[in-house]
Design a protein around this ligand. Structure first.
Ligand code: ATP
Ligand code: MG
Ligand code: MG
Ligand code: MG
Length: 570
C-alpha cells in the first residue's frame, strides 16, 4: 500500500466522550468514526485490523471442524416467540416492523435461526455432530454504550453453534471450541484468562468466558495463581466463602426468578455501597442483564395496605422515581451512572438489600410496580440465595478449591462458550432419528467472540504515550517505509520503491509513505497507528548501503544494512 493512495486520518485530539485509551487511540489513529451512540464506521485502518482478526478466528474455527455459513441480520419475531425470548429479551433487542406491520428483530445473537436450520436440515444421527458459525453484525441496544467499539450497539461477533447427539458429544464440542479459543487468543498476542462464568440471558449450565486482562475491563475476575480456579465474580459460585464471612446485616438478597436481573448484577451496575442503604429499592424491567435499571427511593414509613392500594402519602401514584440528582447525592454515584429516570414505565422489583435486619426490607414484586414493606423471603417470595457483596472479596482470601490464595484482576470479556443442552432444541422441536429410529432432541452449545471488541481490548493491552503497539498478527501494516526527502532525492525514491516491491513480493504487509512529509510527521502518524516495524531511508545512510530500523517497542532506531531488512521484519 502506498500512503498517497490510502486514507490516513490521524487526529491530535481525542473525542471528549472517550474514557478509555483504546477509544481515544482508535479515533485518533483514524480507525473509527462515530455515527451515533455505540455505532461506528470502521475506517480503512480499522477495517484492516478487523479483517485480520476475522481471518485468524475463521482459520481456527475451520481447523476445529466448525462450518461457516451466514445467517440473516433481520429475523422474524415468530422464531423468537417459539423460544420465549421475544418477551424475555427486553429493550436490548432492537425490534422493527416491515411494511405489512409484521414484527422482526435485528439479531443480537442467532440461536433461534441456527436451530431452525438444524431442525430443517438434520434428520439422522449420521449427520451429527455439526457446528455452524458465522461472522456477522450484531445489534444490542446497550443501556450504556461506551468505550468505543468495546461496548458498541452495532458490533461484529463470531458466533458458533454446535449440535450433538447427546450430552457426551456436546461436551466434546464444548472442549473443542474451548481449545480453539485458547489458540485464537494466543495468536492474537493477548494476555488472557479463561474463567468460569454466569450463563446470563443465553442460558445453559456450563460456561467459560475468555477475559483479556486490563485495568479498564468491566468485569472482575477472581483466580488462584496456584491452581486453575478462575471465575467471573458475577458467578455466585465464586462467593460462598465470602457469604459466610459477611455479617448478616450486610448480606445481599436476590429473588431467584430466572428471568430477572440478579442482585449482584444490579449492585455491580449501580455500585451502591451497602452501608448507605436507606429505604431504597432497585428496580429493573423484566429483562436479562443489561436492561435498564432504575432506583426508586422511598422515604418514611408506610402502611402496607396503603402501599398496596397505591396510596403513599405525599408520593403520587404510590411511588415516584427519584431525580438523578437525588440519587447522585444520596448514594454518591457518578453523574450519568443510572439509566433513564423519571420514566413511568411499568417496572418489576427484583432485588433489594438491607442494612439492619431482614424485616427492614422495602421490596415488592407485583406487576404494577408498587413496593411492599416487610417482605418475608420464602413466604412472600422465593427463598433468596445469599450473595455477599463483591467488594468483600479481597486478594489473599482462600481460594474455594483450597489450593491457595485468591487474586483479583479486571478483565474484558472477549469470548464466551456455553454448554446449552436442549434449552433451544427442545423449545423448537429440533430432533433427529437415532440408530434405532427413535426421535431424540439435539444437544447444543454456543460460542461467541467479540471481533470488534477485540480490537479495543488489544489496544488496552498494547499502547504507550505515542499510540498503539500492534501485536504483529493483527497490525494494519507489518512494516512502514519512511523515505526522507521523497520529493527531492531520486536515490531515496528508488531505494524505497525497490524495498517496497521486494517486501510486497515476499508477502509482507508493507506501507510506503510516499506523501513527501517531514520525518516527524511520518513518525508521529505511524507510531500512533502502531505499525510494528519502521524503516527510514535517507540519502546519507544510503551512501553506505544503510537504513534506520526501529521496532515500535524500541527506544531508538538502529543502523541496519538495507539488504537485511526483509529478514528483520519476518
Ligand atoms: P457483556 O457481558 O460484555 O455485555 P455479553 O455476555 O452480553 O457481554 P455474549 O452474549 O456472551 O456477550 O456475546 C459474546 C461476545 O460478544 C462477548 O464475549 C463479547 O466479546 C461480545 N460482545 C457482547 N456485547 C458486546 C457489545 N455491546 N459490543 C461489542 N462486543 C460485544
Ligand atoms: Mg451484554
Ligand atoms: Mg458477560
Ligand atoms: Mg457473555
Amino acid at each position: 500500500m502506498r500512503a498517497s493512495q490510502f486514507f490516513i486520518a490521524t487526529l491530535k485530539e481525542a473525542p471528549t466522550d472517550a474514557e478509555v485509551v483504546s477509544h481515544k487511540l482508535m479515533t485518533r489513529a483514524g480507525m473509527i468514526r462515530k455515527l451515533a451512540g455505540g455505532i461506528y464506521s470502521y475506517m480503512p485502518v480499522g477495517l484492516r485490523v478487523i479483517r485480520k482478526i476475522e481471518a485468524i478466528v475463521r482459520e481456527e474455527m475451520n481447523r476445529a471442524g466448525a462450518i461457516e455459513l451466514l445467517m440473516p441480520l433481520v429475523q422474524p419475531a415468530e422464531l423468537w416467540q417459539e423460544t420465549g425470548r421475544w418477551d424475555k429479551m427486553g429493550p436490548e433487542m432492537l425490534r422493527v416492523k416491515d411494511r405489512h406491520d409484521r414484527d422482526f428483530i435485528i439479531q443480537p445473537t442467532s440461536e433461534e435461526v441456527v436451530t431452525d436450520i438444524a431442525r430443517g436440515e438434520i434428520h439422522s444421527y449420521r449427520q451429527l455432530p455439526k457446528n455452524f458459525y458465522h461472522i456477522q453484525t450484531k445489534f444490542r441496544d446497550e443501556r450504556r454504550p461506551r468505550f468505543g467499539v468495546m461496548r458498541g450497539r452495532e458490533f461484529t461477533m463470531k458466533d458458533a453453534y454446535s449440535f450433538d447427539r447427546d450430552e457426551a458429544g456436546a461436551e466434546k464440542s464444548y472442549q473443542a471450541m474451548y481449545a480453539a479459543y485458547v489458540k485464537i487468543f494466543e495468536r492474537l498476542g493477548l494476555t488472557f484468562r479463561a474463567v468460569r462464568a454466569d450463563t446470563g440471558a443465553i442460558g445453559g449450565s456450563l460456561s467459560h468466558e475468555f477475559q483479556v486482562i486490563a485495568d479498564t475491563g468491566e468485569d472482575l475476575i477472581v483466580y488462584c495463581p496456584d491452581s486453575d480456579y478462575a471465575a467471573n465474580i458475577e458467578l455466585a459460585e465464586a462467593l460462598p466463602l465470602v457469604a459466610e464471612r459477611a455479617a448478616p446485616g450486610t448480606a445481599m438478597q436476590k429473588v431467584a426468578t430466572p428471568d430477572t436481573i440478579r442482585c449482584e448484577d444490579v449492585a455491580k451496575l449501580v455500585g451502591l455501597p451497602l452501608e448507605r442503604t436507606v429505604k431504597s429499592v432497585v428496580l429493573a424491567t423484566d429483562t436479562p442483564l443489561g436492561a435498564e435499571v432504575w432506583l426508586l427511593l422511598v422515604r418514611g414509613d408506610h402502611d402496607l395496605n396503603e402501599v398496596k392500594a397505591g396510596k403513599l402519602p405525599g408520593l403520587e401514584g404510590g411511588f415516584r422515581f427519584a431525580s438523578e440528582q437525588e440519587i447522585i447525592e444520596h448514594f454518591g454515584c457518578p453523574p450519568g451512572f443510572l439509566g433513564p429516570l423519571n420514566t413511568k414505565k411499568p417496572v418489576k422489583v427484583v432485588a433489594d438489600r438491607t442494612v439492619a435486619n431482614m424485616s427492614d426490607f422495602v421490596s415488592g414484586a407485583n406487576e404494577i410496580g408498587f413496593h411492599i414493606r416487610d417482605i418475608n423471603w420464602g413466604r412472600d417470595l422465593p427463598e433468596p440465595d445469599l450473595i455477599a457483596d463483591i467488594r468483600n472479596v479481597v486478594a489473599g482470601d482462600p481460594s474455594p478449591d483450597g489450593e491457595g490464595k485468591l487474586a483479583i484482576q479486571r478483565g474484558i470479556e472477549v469470548g464466551h462458550v456455553f454448554f446449552l443442552g436442549t434449552r433451544y432444541s427442545a423449545a423448537m422441536n429440533c430432533t433427529y432419528l437415532d440408530e434405532t429410529g427413535k426421535p431424540r432432541t439435539m444437544v447444543m452449545g454456543c460460542y461467541g467472540i467479540g471481533v470488534t471488541r477485540l480490537v479495543g481490548a488489544a489496544i488496552e493491552q498494547n499502547h504507550d504515550e505515542r499510540g498503539i503497539i500492534w501485536p504483529a498478527s493483527i497490525a494494519p501494516f507489518t512494516l512502514v517505509i519512511c523515505p526522507v526527502g521523497w520529493g527531492k532525492s531520486e536515490a531515496v525514491r528508488e531505494a524505497a520503491t525497490k524495498l517496497y516491491e521486494d517486501l510486497l513480493a515476499a508477502g509482507i504487509d508493507v506501507m510506503l509513505d510516499d506523501r513527501d512529509e517531514r520525518p516527524g510527521v511520518m513518525f508521529a502518524d505511524w507510531e500512533l497507528i502502531g505499525v510494528p516495524h519502521r524503516v527510514t531511508i535517507g540519502d546519507r545512510g544510503l551512501k553506505e548501503g544503510m537504513v534506520e530500523y526501529q521496532h515500535r517497542r524500541d527506544k531508538e532506531a538502529a543502523k541496519v544494512p538495507l539488504t537485511e531488512i526483509a529478514a528483520l521484519a519476518l
